[in-house]
Design a protein around this ligand. Structure first.
Ligand code: UT7
Length: 329
């Protein structure tokens, strides 16, 4: 019995701050309109943390919900892997703060960085480590306070991003949601098209880096947009083929929520109806690492996923990085 058990998602949880920033609020801050934002992105509002809150606060709340869902206690957790581009600090890791906040004092803890694809990267690591038998229970977190690195004077970026967190427990199981296959990819030749240039070794924090507004997200929107559609579409097709499936075997695609038009164009290229994609970007905007686990949690609470369904997680982001994960619910 034990031998047939595979790494599975045994619990899921999410947490969103209560403060809402609407498109109408943004109209008062930059030269934009609700109409433009809805038409070009599908976003109507996003959640924003209070100043005093940080990424590990959101992550801890999402983690406690995932732990409750899986029926695990803090002492059961062997490892914490967090994906974030907005860590509480460069170091120590945000996972260490989460460990302390949820009382998982037996767990090892580290962060990974693969931007918007980061939750799927972290899930892939957890899948391998759990399947290897090295540890039993891993907490995988995607959490972001993107509002802290968003330039609210730049209309081309500030309308897109929001804050939030999602978490999953990964354990061996033959009754829960098996992680059948994860597929990861990257293209460092395009590293500079989606970037926060300030604060690292190339542009350490300095008066000039602040004056040049380097500590905020910058991107070449159109280029990212096109590469996202091509790479996500190809990855979905590759994942399906690699697992001996057909596109019609996929019951629901849960994509990273970066732009409704990216999701629509991907579904059109695949020849799939929009009902097969889960969308909640209208409420939360782009929450980077957090978007996929938040979407999984909402999809199952809304009854969009039933036992036995084949669910495809897919994400694309800075790095460039992209990844997919096939889950049998
Ligand atoms: O998760 C990965 C991270 N995501 C991304 O990097 C985003 C990917 N890219 C996108 O989602 C889209 O490219 C955007 C939503 C960022 C932009 O949409 P677009 O259809 O590519 O618009 P655009 O950049 O071509 O801009 C069209 C026009 C421009 O005006 P002109 O030059 O035609 O006069 C912009 O200045 O819209 C203008 N514009 C705005 N107008 C009102 C740009 N941002 C805004 C705004 N409100 N917020």
């Amino acid at each position: 019995m034990q031998q047939n058990q595979k790494a599975s998602i045994t619990g899921i949880g999410s947490y969103l701050p209560s403060k809402i920033l609407t498109n109408h609020d943004l109209e008062k801050m930059v030269d934009t309109s609700d109409d433009w934002i809805v038409q070009r992105t599908g976003i109507k509002e996003r959640r924003i943390v209070e100043n005093s809150m940080v990424t590990s606060d959101l992550a801890a709340q999402a983690s406690l919900r995932a732990m409750e869902d899986a029926g695990v206690s803090p002492r059961d957790i062997d490892m914490i892997i967090t994906s974030t581009i907005t860590p509480d600090h460069f170091f120590p890791s945000t996972s260490c703060y989460i460990q302390q906040k949820i009382g998982a004092m037996r767990a090892s803890a580290f962060d990974i960085l693969a931007a918007c694809a980061g939750f799927i990267y972290a899930l892939s690591i957890a899948q391998s480590v759990v399947n290897s038998g090295a540890v039993k229970t891993i907490l995988v977190v995607g959490a972001e306070c993107l509002s802290k690195i968003t330039d609210y004077t730049d209309r081309t970026t500030c309308v897109l991003f929001g804050d939030g967190a999602g978490a999953a427990i990964v354990q061996k199981s033959n009754t829960k949601h098996e992680i059948i296959s994860t597929n990861l990819a990257a293209d460092g030749s395009q590293a500079d098209i989606l970037i926060m240039p300030g604060g690292g070794a190339r542009n350490p924090a300095a008066l000039e880096s602040i004056q040049q507004r380097l500590h905020y997200i910058q991107f070449k929107g159109k280029e990212v947009f096109k590469l996202a559609i091509t790479n996500i579409t190809n990855l979905i097709l590759e994942t399906v083929e690699k697992n001996g499936l057909k596109l019609s075997d996929i019951d629901l695609i849960i994509p990273h929520q970066s732009n409704l038009r990216i999701i629509e164009a991907t579904m059109e290229k695949l020849g799939l109806p929009m009902e097969k994609a889960f969308v909640n970007i209208d409420k939360y905007g782009n929450t980077s690492s957090a978007s996929v686990p938040i979407a999984i949690d909402e999809a199952r609470r809304e009854g969009r996923i039933r036992k036995g369904d084949m669910v495809m997680l897919v994400a694309f982001g800075g790095g460039l990085t992209w990844g997919s994960s096939l889950i049998r619910w």
